[in-house]
Design a protein around this ligand. Structure first.
Ligand SMILES: O=P(O)(O)OC[C@H]1O[C@H](OP(=O)(O)OP(=O)(O)O)[C@H](O)[C@@H]1O
Ligand code: HPA
Length: 183
């Protein structure tokens, strides 16, 4: 386990790529576009735990139309900075058949996580599955199963990020804004 000093130093040494004010502006834009696209579909919002909790929790009060909320828990990084096999811990509990679904996550990195969850929802009979991410990381390792999200907050360079739901070794999901580890 990292020490308190080490974790405080991580934040102090990191580069802030987006302040909380900038993140909030991105969330406002996303909410406007989601409302335009899904406002009359009574969608089921699926929060992708754990990273999606901050983006989803921040977006929900900005979506002023009827919707339902559930979550999935799937992880492929755990506390590491490289992705592995996707491990599902919790499947959605709501019936997915016939539903318009919006998957909400913190980051689209290589794309395997959202691609797999989207495929699961479609196999379960969802009418359509859209994706919303706060961050899209720019690089050439993106899975061709999901090259871009339907709703994106902002784009970042290919650096290890934390804050706004994204973790550094399990910590700092709560950091206000988006931070990159020093290069
Ligand atoms: O596009 P990908 O390369 O698949 O990576 C994106 C996923 O990685 C992170 O989850 P992680 O596996 O770290 O679990 P967490 O949500 O518990 O942090 C993040 O929250 C996304 O769900
Ligand atoms: O850059 C990242 N930071 C934290 N979690 C992540 N999951 C995928 N990419 C990242």
């Amino acid at each position: 386990m990292e020490s308190l000093n080490e974790l405080n130093q991580v934040l102090a040494d990191a580069d802030c790529l987006a302040t909380q004010t900038e993140v909030d502006a991105c969330l406002d834009r996303m909410a406007t576009n989601i409302t335009k696209g899904l406002g009359d579909t009574m969608p089921l919002i699926l929060c992708v735990m754990r990273g999606g909790i901050v983006t989803c929790g921040s977006l929900l009060p900005k979506l002023t139309f009827p919707l339902q909320v559930d979550y999935v828990h799937a992880s492929r990084y755990r506390d590491k900075d490289r992705g592995g096999e996707l491990e599902w811990s919790v499947m959605p509990q709501f019936e997915l058949k016939g539903r318009v679904i919006l998957l909400v996550d913190d980051i689209l990195d290589e794309g395997h996580t959202l691609a797999a969850i989207k495929a699961h929802c479609l196999e379960a009979g969802a009418a359509s599955v859209k994706t919303a991410v706060l961050v899209d990381k720019i690089h050439d390792r993106r899975s061709d199963r999901l090259t871009k999200a339907d709703y994106t907050g902002l784009y970042t360079p290919d650096r290890f990020l934390f804050g706004a739901g994204m973790d550094y070794k399990g910590f700092w999901r709560n950091a206000p804004g988006i931070y990159a580890m020093p290069e």
